[in-house]
Design a binder for this molecule. Structure first.
Ligand SMILES: Cc1cc2nc3c(=O)[nH]c(=O)nc-3n(C[C@H](O)[C@H](O)[C@H](O)COP(=O)(O)O)c2cc1C
Length: 127
């Protein structure tokens, strides 16, 4: 289905336009796969890095994992995590103890239920 709309008058995409096989006039490639180095993303929809404030004490919570799962199941091909730091004095998720390894496993599995690529955004790599 091709749709052309003045985006200032309404949402960029409606639910109907997000249906499988839909084709938006302004973004004809939005739903086609794209190669990103060694992987192929199922479409061009990327959920960029942000902190929804669902992490707790530097760790993923069930709420944060569910948040990413819903975005994956909503259609995003690539999800970038919020800030993940290697020092305890920076933002959000902190790679400072082994517990986070299991949490990464859980969030990756949540994303993979929808064939979504999950990227961890390493921030403040050097103290
Ligand atoms: C580690 C990291 C964390 C970010 N956190 C936020 C955030 O909490 N809120 C936000 O609006 N943008 C955040 N951003 C920026 C967004 O990912 C995005 O680049 C920005 O909103 C601009 O989007 P646009 O280029 O589509 O306008 C973050 C970026 C990075 C790299």
């Amino acid at each position: 289905m091709a749709v052309d709309r003045d985006t200032k008058k309404g949402p960029l995409l409606t639910v109907a336009e997000l249906a499988p096989g839909a084709r938006h006039a302004k973004f004809p490639h939005l739903f086609s796969p794209i190669r990103l180095g060694p992987i192929t993303a199922k479409n061009r929809i990327v959920n960029s890095a942000h902190q929804p404030r669902f992490a707790h004490a530097g760790h993923y919570t069930e709420q944060l994992i569910a948040y990413h799962r819903e975005r994956a199941q909503g259609g995003a091909a690539v999800i970038v995590s919020g800030a993940t730091s290697v020092t305890p004095d920076y933002l959000d998720l902190k790679n400072v103890d082994g517990r986070i390894v299991d949490e990464y496993q859980q969030v990756m599995e949540a994303a993979m239920t929808a064939y979504t690529v999950f990227c961890s955004d390493a921030s403040k790599m050097f103290a």
